[in-house]
Design a protein around this ligand. Structure first.
Ligand code: BQF
Length: 296
């Protein structure tokens, strides 16, 4: 078999066009333009690129955005003060803290400081908890983007064996929840693998659907998967490459060529999951503006 491409770039553009129309409609009905507030702490080239991608997406779909840049010396207390102001601000619909943040700030404590009704990243325990019990919530953008892709390409998950490699709060853990639940969800049998998994291949070889989110370039090779597997590669690591203008290239967690030989479907890197993540952020921000998840 030779894999077909799950084209996240194409699908994200389609979704963004539809969100664009929805934003226009919302504003034409007399509502305020939706607004996303981004907070960037310190200087990190990759983070700056991601924030650039997000604010450009906002501009494209007609969502207002503002980026507050704070020095990496900012204290947890000061950062919480800033978040509290945006929580109160009637013109701010969504609040996004670009990760990673410096180690002296407790990440989970900062995430909890965001009003869950403005948590468009879907990382607040209220949203994760609601997702886990099947209540309406902001879905974390990358897992939501993955499920949108599977749905668009009519890839069935019901009764399939989904294997998730990587157990982060941002991708692995919530995507496993979304794939495994019985109602309004993936209905798959799900295995979560992580750094303590003893024999990774024993699990990956049995996957009908393999989601890899470890940030280890080339971790998954063709010998580790079965014929016909659907592979979602969430990894996006900058690898030094002096033959390119920027001096690096982006590498996924899969050895693309050997995995694509056996897979039925595979996401490319770049142009796979990444653009879907950004599109889902736009979707969540419009939902936040419409207050359609939390109606109080
Ligand atoms: C593409 C992210 C790791 C750590 C922190 C388009 C993005 C990426 C790739 C993007 C990511 C990854 C984001 C492509 C946001 C996805 O064309 O393939 C868009 O902007 N992402 C982030 O904000 O923080 C991260 C990955």
């Amino acid at each position: 078999m030779s894999a077909s491409i799950l084209d996240g770039k194409f699908l994200s553009q389609k979704i963004r066009a539809s969100i664009s129309a929805d934003v226009l409609d919302w504003v034409e009905k007399g509502n305020r333009t939706p607004k996303l507030q981004v907070i960037l702490v310190g200087e990190n080239p990759a983070s700056e690129t991601y924030v650039g991608a997000k604010t450009k997406a906002c501009k494209d779909v007609g969502i207002e955005s503002d980026t507050l840049i704070l020095p990496d010396t900012v204290s947890e207390y000061e950062l919480k003060g800033v978040i509290s102001e945006f929580n109160k601000d009637q013109n701010t619909d969504g609040i996004l803290i670009q990760l990673p943040i410096p180690d002296h700030i407790r990440k989970l404590s900062i995430i909890e400081a965001i009003d869950h009704r403005k948590d468009v990243d879907g990382f607040h325990p209220m949203n994760i908890g609601r997702l886990t019990v099947g209540q309406p919530s902001f879905r974390p953008c990358t897992p939501a983007g993955i499920l949108e892709m599977l749905n668009y390409y009519s890839i069935p998950t019901k009764g399939k064996h989904a294997v998730v490699v990587g157990a982060s709060n941002i991708v692995g853990s919530p995507v496993a929840v979304m794939l495994s639940r019985e109602n309004n969800s993936g209905k798959a049998t799900t295995t979560i693998c992580h750094k303590f998994t003893k024999d990774l291949t024993k699990h990956t070889i049995d996957a009908d659907l393999l989601i890899v989110a470890t940030g280890q370039p080339g971790l998954i090779t063709g010998q580790m998967v079965k014929e016909g597997v659907v592979v979602i590669d969430v990894g996006i690591t900058r690898v030094a490459d002096h033959t390119t203008e920027r001096g690096y290239r982006l590498a996924g967690d899969c050895d693309f060529d050997t995995v694509a030989e056996k897979a039925s479907w595979i996401t490319p890197v770049p142009g796979g999951v990444g653009p879907m993540t950004v599109a889902m952020l736009m979707k969540n921000t419009l939902l936040a503006a419409k207050n359609s998840i939390y109606t109080d």
